[in-house]
Every structure is written in structure tokens, then in C-alpha cells.
Design a protein around this ligand. Structure first.
Ligand code: IMP
Ligand code: MG
Length: 178
């Protein structure tokens, strides 16, 4: 498919599935070396990173655990809509080597929140791998340790990324048509 329509917008083919897989193979090789003896916990951030997580862990050749988290607005008594908590982490990550797997890092706001929340659980190490990185949009100081592909600021869909819920199932990446 060269062009897809999601809701009211059109998107055109931008990165094909083969290029995605070859970029992922490259960082998977480095992750394999860095985590060989560590029995890491890979933590995928839902929903976007489900495909990236599946591809990375299938290429990881040593022992590892796999878990998923989701960020959700804090539902306690505080009324601020900005407070987030991490949902779904059942594993004790204290003293463990943790690698966060993200679909895309844009401004970095989401990442900073995840890192702050997970650091409180005292992992031995905490690193970040992302499928896509938007360097011109990134506003934070935390280093992004593993990046499969760098892209511009345009809005993308496919391979886990959605436009208002649609497009996550596409095996290629598509870019919005202006
Ligand atoms: P942040 O700005 O780094 O916090 O990114 C916030 C979230 O925005 C990401 O986790 C994605 O869910 C979403 N996002 C950012 N850029 C794109 C894009 O190009 N396509 C689809 N979702 C995006
Ligand atoms: Mg996301």
C-alpha cells in the first residue's frame, strides 16, 4: 500500500517493513552484547511498543523477562490531571537491569515520567531503547540509549503508532500528507 486513509486524514508510505526490520536488527545486536550476562527485564510501554517489543525480544538470545506498562492518569484524591502513574508492573525491579522499550520519543515528556517512576523502584540499571526518535523535538536531558531510527517532526503512523486509535497494525510506517 502506498497510501492509507485513517479517519479523515491521508498518509503516504515512508519507511517500508524491510527497512524497519534491518534497523531493529542493528540495535538488537548491540542490546544482545550489552545485556548478554545480565538477565534483564524488558519493559514495553503500551500500546505503541507492542510490535517493537516483540521484535526486539525475539532477537535477544540470552535469558530475559518481558513485561509491559501503561501510563495512566492518577486516580486518587489529587485532582490534577497531569499526575501520572505506571500501571501494570507486577515484577519487582529492585536490583535488576531494566531496559524500557518505547515506540517513539518525541518531546520526551512521557519518557521522563516513566523514568522518574521506575527509578523509585531502585533498579540496578535503567536504560531506554526506542524504535523512533525525533531529535528536533526532544527537550529533555535524559540520554536515549538505543535508537533504531531518527525521524523529523512529522506525524507518523504504523508499526504500533496510531492516529486516534487507527494504524497500529500497519507493517510499514506512513507519514501524514499535508
Ligand atoms: P512525547 O512527546 O515524547 O511525550 O511523546 C508522547 C507520545 O506521543 C508518544 O508516546 C506517542 O504515543 C505519541 N507520538 C509522538 N509522535 C508521534 C507520531 O509521529 N505518531 C504517533 N504518535 C506519536
Ligand atoms: Mg507511546
Amino acid at each position: 500500500m502506498n497510501r492509507v486513509k485513517l479517519h479523515n486524514k491521508y498518509f503516504k508510505l515512508f519507511i517500508d517493513a524491510e527497512s524497519i526490520q534491518s534497523a531493529i536488527s542493528k540495535i538488537a545486536e548491540i542490546i544482545n552484547k550489552d545485556y548478554k550476562e545480565k538477565s534483564p527485564i524488558f519493559i514495553g510501554v503500551l500500546n505503541g511498543s507492542f510490535l517493537f517489543t516483540a521484535d526486539i525480544v525475539r532477537k535477544f538470545k540470552s535469558n530475559c523477562e518481558i513485561s509491559f506498562i501503561r501510563l495512566s492518569s492518577y486516580s486518587g484524591t489529587e485532582s490534577s490531571g497531569n499526575v501520572l502513574e505506571v500501571m501494570g508492573l507486577n515484577e519487582d525491579i529492585k536490583g535488576r537491569d531494566v531496559l524500557i522499550l518505547e515506540d517513539i520519543v518525541d518531546s520526551g515528556n512521557t519518557l521522563v515520567k516513566i523514568v522518574d517512576l521506575l527509578k523509585k523502584k531502585q533498579p540496578k540499571s535503567l536504560k531506554i531503547a526506542t524504535f523512533l526518535f525525533k531529535p528536533n523535538a526532544y527537550k529533555k536531558d535524559i540520554p536515549v540509549d538505543y535508537v533504531a531510527m531518527e525521524v523529523g517532526n512529522e506525524f507518523l503512523v504504523g508499526y504500533g503508532l496510531d492516529y486516534d486509535g487507527l494504524g497500529r497494525n500497519l507493517e510499514d510506517i506512513y507519514i501524514i500528507e499535508e
